[in-house]
Structures are given as structure tokens and as C-alpha cells.
Design a protein around this ligand. Sequence first.
Ligand code: AMP
Ligand code: ZN
Length: 467
Amino acid sequence: MTFHVFNSLTRRMEAFAPLEPGLVRMYNCGPTVYSRPHIGNYRSFLFADTLRRWFEYRGYQVQQVMNITDVGHLLADQDEGEDKLEAQARRESTDPWLISRRVTQEFFADLAALGVRPATVYPKASEHIPEMLEIIDGLVAKGCAYVVDGNVYFDVNSFARYGRLSGNRIEDLEAGARIAVREDKRHPADFALWKCDPAHIMKWNTHYGADGFPGWHIECSAMARKHLGERIDVHTGGEDNIFPHHECEIAQTECFTGQPFANYWMHSKFLQVDGGKMSKSLGNVYTLDDVRARGFEPRVLRFALLRGQYNQPLNFTWAAMVDAQSSLENLDDLVRRAHAAAALDQDQGAEQVQQATARFERGMDDNLNVPEALVALSYLRSQFLEQHITGGGARAALEFLERAHGALGVLRLAQDTLEARVKQQIEARAQARKRKDFAEADRIRKALEAEGILLDDTPQGVTWKKR
Ligand code: AMP
Ligand code: ZN
């Protein structure tokens, strides 16, 4: 079976076929770095990671871009309201650049802790202003955008397919416009590509005026084009990104290039918490630190978020975390049993391993139906419990589990020796240092020290000993 995905653009399941054989170009909308991403954001980012892992499992090379939004994302997701970073800076009486640096580091540390494979590149919006201006200038030249007092707006009536992704019609948008229509727009649904605002802190001097900053949507269009090219295979985000963000990205990019932008649009459903929307007032906007404070390792959160199919409802509760933990323990038990059975003499169970593999792949190929794929692992465990798999069969099972781990990133394959764990922590620390996150590197060293494990940085590399 080939990999089938649900394409939000056509609202159908479709067989995946890349633009270029063997290569997937994928863009994932990343975090707006005004405060540490919460577990809902991680549902979207882990979906992107699983998708990338499944492409790799299927033999594709993946060029994966996840952006960092550090300017221009306004509070209302529309053209009005304060910049999320500047609002946060005001609340903390500090500088928005400091906040974006801090939160970006927290984000990378969370990704590493959650076992996310690093994207090919994590471009920052603020570092792509010339690329955005190139598109904006092109759109103005083509008559798809217009300038009013230093603001540049996209003219939605210039793009016939506007609304195709979200199903919104321009006429309805006009009738339903909630916010007071800006008088300088030709149509209330027109959106800002560039905004003039002398009071903005993060601002750039351009030929449109002295003080301006980009609209949120043009950022992703420009970063995708710069790092992946004018046409891409897959574009992802959370379901709230469909409108206006992705609708506007399509309009800008396609008007500019004259070609279709992304062939597959995939959106993860919002994570609910305690049966509803996460909210500050309910105190249930959780981060990875809250998860740790409750005694769960990050791997349990990864599993709790992955075990629901990405486009189906998922409700986070602490009871669901306890349940995820116990299911994970069953998977750890499966690995232990496979190791033990591999040492036995007979070679039974090849057929069961094949069946489990086929079922796992069928599940994942079906639009990343992880719950279905996990049934295959439960089945495999039942076969070990009944001692139907031994010797060569068990070694084949271990090979399959290694590949399944490549796709899901939640198994603990090496029997949990101290060596393996310390090695992994040393690697995580090296990664943290590489991205200059010395706080995280220090945290890892101290956590090991607390267990009596002392690291020594030698010219030959890091060594360790037990106190
Ligand atoms: P933001 O930091 O607001 O730009 O959001 C980053 C990504 O997280 C976007 O793709 C959002 O769609 C996604 N997102 C935000 N909240 C949730 C949630 N509760 N569940 C799943 N995805 C979310
Ligand atoms: Zn985006």
C-alpha cells in the first residue's frame, strides 16, 4: 500500500506522490516565540515530526523547514491588535528580542527532550525581511497588492481561488467582518503584507516607509520559498492555521509564482485539555515543565500526544497521562521479552512478526493512523506472552521494533542499561552546547551529577564515571 494522506485542500484522502522522486519538501508552521510552547502546540509539532519520520521510513529523503515566528503575529491572528512578542515584552518590561531568544531556546530544549528529529532548518522570520520584500514588490508590480500610506495590502479579489482551502467566500467575509473595517483597505478581507507603524519596536526601514514590519502570512510564504523553492509537497499546521494564515499564504505565493504552492495541506486537530479549550483562567495551559513536575518523563507526553490520530479529537487529562505511561510500560515489556526470546534456540514466529509489520505499516500508511499501528505492537506482545516467538523470530521482531521506533520515537530499544542512558544524555548535552543553550547543557550535567554520574570533558571527548 502507498502512503495516503488527508489533504485539507481537496478534503479527500489521496495517495502521496512527491514532486521529485525520492524527495519530500515539507514546511511546518512553527511556534510564535512569545511564550514557551504548550502541550497543544506540541501536538502539532509532534504530528509534523511523525509525518517526517514516516516519510523517512518509506525511504524518502525529507527537506523539512519549521519556521520561528518572532515578529508580526498579531494578537487577533488578523491585521489588528498588538504584536504578540511586543505585548509580552511590555508585560515583562523587557525587550521583544530577548523574549524571542529565550523562548526559542526553551523550544529547542523541549524538542530535544521530546525526541523530535531536528528539521533541516529553523528559519527566523526577522532574518528574512529582504525575501519578504521581494515577494511584496512582485505582488505590487503584478497588481495583486496595493500601497496605502506605507501599508501594503493583498487584494483578495485579484486571486480567483481565494477561499478554496478554508471554504470561505469573499462575499461572506465581507458580510461577517467582525472588526471595524480599515478605511484604507479596498475590501475588508484584504490583508496586510507590510504594516507601517512607527511605534513598533521590531521595525525595518524600507522603500514603503521608514518604520514597518511584515504581516504574519508573508513570512511563511517567503521562508518556504527561500528554503524549499516555489513549489513544495507538504505544508502543515494546526487547524486554526487554515484561515486566515494558510489561505493567505496560498494567495500570495501563487499570485507571485503563478504556480500551485503546496500539493498537500495537512492540519492537526486542536488538543483539548480537560474536555475543553486550554485557558489561562482555568490554569490548564501546560508546558513540558508541568509534565515533568507531575513526575512524567517527556517520552510519556510524546506518547500521549501521538497515540491519537493527528486529525481526530484528543483530550489531555492527567489520568490519560497515567494511562499512556502504563501502555508505554507494556511496550517496554515487549522489547524486554523480544531481547530475552532472541537468546532462545528455536526460530519460531516469523509469520507473526510479518503480520505485525504489515498491520503497523497499514495503520501508518492510512494517514498516520497511529492507534491502528499500535494494535500491531499489542498483538506482537501477546505473541511473546504466549511464547510463540523465539530465536530468529524474536530477532526479526527486534529489527521490526527498531524500525517502528524510527517512526514513533517512543520505544526504549537498548535494554535500559546505565551506559545507554548516560550516552544519550551526553549526546543531548552536546546538542544543547552546539546550539549555545548552555543552561540546558548545565541542567543535563547537574541532573547526572545528582545521580552520582560525573562527566569529564577531555580533548578526546566526554568521558564519565560513577562517584
Ligand atoms: P503559535 O505559537 O500560536 O503560532 O502556534 C504554533 C502552532 O501550534 C500552530 O500550528 C498552531 O496551529 C498550533 N496549535 C496551537 N494551539 C494548539 C492546540 N491546542 N492543539 C494543537 N495545535 C495547536
Ligand atoms: Zn506559518
